[in-house]
Design a protein around this ligand. Structure first.
Ligand SMILES: N[C@@H](CCSC[C@H](N)C(=O)O)C(=O)O
Length: 957
């Protein structure tokens, strides 16, 4: 396929410096293998989708299934990793006469003859052209240029400016860029205004001031070294609106084209230091520039030829080789970074990393990029301590730069940002004690071990308990920080721990299954989810020792806190009304979350730490909202009858069970009552209050959850949910109980009572990557993906009306289930086409779809592994279900039989003659009787549900 010859501004002698890339023609697979292959073309060009399967509906309805399947496979553009690995420059001028597998190094200064493509390597070189073509391809850019360093790239870009022009740049930016900006001011008559680029509005006064000659906006996101986030998309829009002639230029080095492609967000020019992630091995210096505008490209090409800083043939070869493994390296470096950021965060350091839920810019970053990257920074509070940590590290190399496969540690103020005047650093709030970590591909445990040794040797942490596999550490806080804590402590010591209103409360909440619309829901399509009858259980009990504790036996976690040591001063102002709970747009306080993170000794258990953080946040929030000085001393034990982290809403079930236990035990909600205990009801208003609190807990755990999971867990039934996107309002419509019916009393949804079989493939998946992959395909292949979303919307709409109706007869019910089964099959086929299938899910489908069972199954949730959901018709016998479960178990899958659309959260209402009580309750009036407590704490899976059924007095929403 000859992309370049098809493009109007083909590589030519007059413009030999850059390669013009034509994404429309080359984004898809190359043509069949032939002798004219260019170097590095894949030997197996038909790389299948992730799932490797195509909708059975599509293939079976076509007269020639093989050819349709084949053409569908061929029509798909390669994914990013494949694009990186396949160097495929189809320009006939670049074909190698020997078919070399890698691009040769044209180590020559001159080329013989006249009128050829090349004459002089300063002006152009085939090895560099190959590299530039490749960079343009993976950046989805029309033009790309390779120069001798990242700063060389910025210099070339700055030469698009004229004396008198003005630049807007960030407060936090790389020291080398700042130095060049200073040079421009002194020698080029070009001035720069530094603003807070985390707030797009801060640019508007300069953009709209007619006296200002703003010709360029220079952005980094995340910034170097504070990892702050600039909303590139919004800023580009504001610049386009107010100053259309100005260029938006982005230093994308931290992200690379793998994680962020600013041209797609509306920016004009993007540059990367190729020294870093693109090459990956710190064995060359390079810079790359990409842009779409032909006039800008022409100016850049002119400068590079004039000053002669085009990348040398040998470095072009090395960089091309490095790019091939870009996504592979970043995936590993990023995964390591997340662990290291969590480790430092849990120790109580102030960590700057957009992969942490508490990062201020996380929501914006998640919108404009597909991963947090592999650079993070943290503060110790003391310059000397930071110097000792850096000096004590061994595996972490002390070095400037980042993006290398080896992990590096540095102090920006002494190294990469030393060229910024200390007074300017102080004015721009760049902490002198900041340590920057650039994470490599080593084993993360070795990295953490080395860091931990350095922290210990530097006196930044101390051991508080050496028992167990890993010592428990505590951060040693510099003197300045103690003052803050002490003032908090003085304040809280005025209060005494009290007792809860209800001495013992037991609650539960269901998990959920997404029946239709997963993935598409992210893009504004309706999703349908329903409550399942696997539940989470919470037991809250009074204690009298001034502590609050949390025990999560399923995660092997237990911790208690002295109430007087919690940072109460940060929640002294109530965050919400007790009547309505936290508002839907309440954002958890990053400051409080950061301080709460100091409270955990088990930093290595991410899920448990997140759950505990949500617990403390909710507990403290409720105490503050009650305005009650007496903070009740309580212990909470929470068990999960749901598989954790399998996409069945275990965290929402946890949040709802916890929120309801807190609200009832603190007396915010009265215990449900009715004319007699049997008629006790939970009202919709009370369920909404539980839901509002649970949503806050979900935000603490997940950052920006949609709210669908906690709503299903609180209210039960089924819901139709649509996100608000592109100015269209969102929707969260319960398909089950309505106000006045008792939150969960009426069987209005046909979903109630429909049996489903859930199968956990136990294949771990990375939801975020799968979601990002679909989003990327939507951008790259709108003509393929948008029709799939439209079809999923039609499926959800149909399911919505089916589930909202109540079939009048058994035959109507049978037809309803038959139609639901068809929708399940169709939705699954679309999900596979979106690329989120997995062989294990297909194995489940082939078992459930085989005779004698012949049931419809789809993946549920993120896909790529995880769980599958199978519709079980009413006439499907228990024996058949047992044999099907046995067949699935023999393939190594876990199965759960459930009904969907059942009841929401529940509470055990105390009764005088309840079940046998086995442990001593401490005083108190009302309390739930808990039979066979050991079974509650120790039984597994369905045995836990059986235990719960034995507890008398459940009232369910
Ligand atoms: N001595 C060099 C420092 C290079 S810093 C390299 C890189 N951009 C980083 O952020 O680490 C200089 O003064 O330029």
């Amino acid at each position: 396929m000859s992309c370049l010859s098809a493009c109007p501004s083909t590589h030519s002698l007059s413009l030999p410096l850059s390669t013009t890339y034509c994404p429309a023609t080359e984004a898809t697979h190359p043509t069949a293998q032939s002798l004219s292959l260019s170097p590095d073309s894949p030997q197996q060009p038909a790389m299948a989708s992730t799932a490797g399967t195509v909708s059975p509906t599509l293939s079976s309805s076509h007269s020639d299934p093989a050819s349709l399947t084949s053409s569908l496979l061929r029509a798909r553009p390669y994914r990013f990793a494949t694009q990186c690995a396949t160097v495929d420059n189809p320009d006939p001028q670049h074909k190698d006469q020997y078919g070399s597998s890698s691009v040769p190094i044209y180590q020559t200064a001159t080329f013989k003859g006249m009128g050829g493509a090349y004459d002089y390597t300063r002006s152009g070189n085939p090895t560099r052209s190959h590299l530039e073509h490749h960079i343009a391809k993976i950046s989805n850019a029309r033009h790309a240029f390779a120069v001798t360093s990242g700063m060389g790239a910025l210099d070339v870009i700055f030469r698009l400016l004229k004396p008198g022009d003005e630049i807007i740049a960030g407060n936090d930016l790389y020291g080398g860029s700042n130095r060049l900006i200073g040079y421009l001011k002194t020698n080029g008559g070009i001035t720069t205004h530094h603003v807070d680029t985390t707030d797009p509005e801060s640019l508007v006064p300069l953009l709209t001031d007619p006296a200002r000659k703003v010709a360029m906006v220079l952005l980094e996101s995340p910034t170097n070294p504070l990892l702050q986030i600039a909303d590139l998309e919004t800023i580009a829009r504001l610049v386009r609106q107010h100053r259309p002639e100005a260029l938006v230029v982005v230093d994308n080095t931290m992200m690379s084209p793998y994680l962020c492609r600013p041209l797609e967000l509306g920016c004009d020019v993007v540059y990367d230091s190729g020294t870093k992630y693109l090459s990956g091995h710190h064995d060359l210096m390079a810079g790359v520039i990409t842009c779409d505008r032909d006039d800008v490209a022409k100016g850049i090409a002119f400068t590079i030829n004039s000053i002669g800083n085009g990348l040398s043939p040998f470095d072009s070869f090395l960089l091309l080789r490095g790019v091939k493994t870009l996504s592979l390296r970043i995936d590993k470096q990023q995964a390591n970074s997340v662990l290291i950021a969590q480790y430092l965060d849990a120790l109580g350091f102030k960590v700057n990393y957009p992969g942490l839920p508490s990062h201020r810019g996380k929501a914006v970053h998640d919108r404009i990029a597909s991963g947090p990257g592999a650079v993070l920074s943290f503060e110790t509070g003391d310059v000397g301590m930071s110097e000792r940590i850096v000096g004590s590290a061994r595996l972490w190399g002390i070095s400037v730069s980042f993006g290398c496969i080896n992990s590096l540690i540095s102090m920006p103020c002494l190294m990469s940002h030393a060229s910024i005047d200390p007074a300017v650093r102080a004015a721009r709030n760049l902490p002198e004690d900041l340590i920057r970590l650039c994470v490599g591909i080593e084993d993360p445990q070795d990295l953490i071990d080395d860091l931990e040794a350095a922290l210990l040797e530097a006196g930044a942490v101390r051991v508080v308990d050496e028992a167990g596999a890993r010592a428990t550490l505590e951060r040693v806080r510099p003197a300045g920080e103690d003052v803050v804590e002490l003032s908090g402590l003085r304040e809280v010591q005025r209060f005494e721990a009290g007792r809860p209103e209800v001495e013992r409360v037991m609650t539960s909440a269901p998990g959920k299954v997404i029946l239709f619309g997963e993935h598409a829901v992210v893009h504004g399509v309706t999703a349908i989810a329903g409550a399942i009858d696997l539940r989470c259980y919470c037991l809250a009990e009074a204690r009298s020792d001034g502590h609050v504790s949390l025990s999560l036996p399923d995660l092997g976690y237990s911790q208690s806190w002295d109430l007087s040591t919690l940072p109460w001063h940060l929640v002294s102002a109530p965050l919400s009304s007790l009547k309505t709970g936290p508002k839907p747009d309440t954002v958890p306080s990053a400051e409080l979350l950061a301080l709460l993170a100091n409270q955990f000794v088990h930093q290595d258990q991410l899920k448990a730490v997140q759950a505990a953080q949500a617990f403390l946040y909710l507990y403290m929030h409720l105490c503050a909202a009650r305005g009650d000085a007496a903070r009740p001393a309580q212990s909470f034990t929470i068990r999960s009858g749901l598989p954790i982290g399998a996409g069945l809403g275990s965290s929402a079930a946890y949040s709802v069970a916890l929120a309801s236990a807190l609200l009832y035990s603190h007396g915010v909600l009265p215990l449900p009552s009715g004319p007699g205990a049997a008629e006790a009801r939970i009202t919709r208003t009370h369920a909404d209050l539980v839901n509002a609190h649970a949503f806050l807990a979900e935000k603490v755990i997940h950052g920006t959850p949609s709210g669908i999971d906690n709503t299903v867990a609180a209210l039960g039934g089924a819901v139709a949910f649509r996100r608000a996107v592109k100015g269209r309002e969102g929707m969260l419509e319960p398909l089950g109980p309505q106000e006045g019916e008792g939150a969960g009393s009426a069987a209005t949804a046909a979903a109630r009572g429909i049996r489903f079989l859930l199968t956990d493939t136990k294949v771990p998946r990375d939801t975020k990557t799968l979601v990002a992959g679909v989003a990327r395909r939507k951008l790259e292949e709108p003509d393929t993906i948008n029709p799939l979303f439209d079809s999923i919307q039609r499926i959800s709409d149909r399911a919505h009306s089916l589930l909202a109706s109540s079939p009048a007869s058994p035959s109507a019910r049978a037809s309803q289930l038959a139609e639901l089964s068809q929708l399940v099959e169709q939705n699954h086929a679309h999900l596979v086409s979106l690329g989120v299938g997995h062989a294990a899910l297909e194995a489940v489908r082939s078992t459930t779809g085989a005779q004698p069972w012949a049931l419809a199954t789809k993946l549920t949730g993120a896909g790529g592994g995880g769980c599958a959901v199978t519709v079980v018709p009413d006439d499907f016998s228990d024996e058949a279900l047992t044999s099907l479960r046995a067949a699935l178990a023999s393939s190594g899958f876990d199965t759960y039989s459930t009904t969907v659309g059942g009841r929401g959260f529940g509470i055990v209402v105390p009764s005088a003659e309840g079940g046998a009580e086995v442990d001593s309750a401490e005083g108190g009036a009302e309390q739930t009787k808990v039979p066979e407590r050991r079974r509650f704490e120790e039984s597994q899976g369905e045995e836990l549900a059986r235990w719960a059924e034995g507890v008398e007095g459940w009232v369910l929403a």
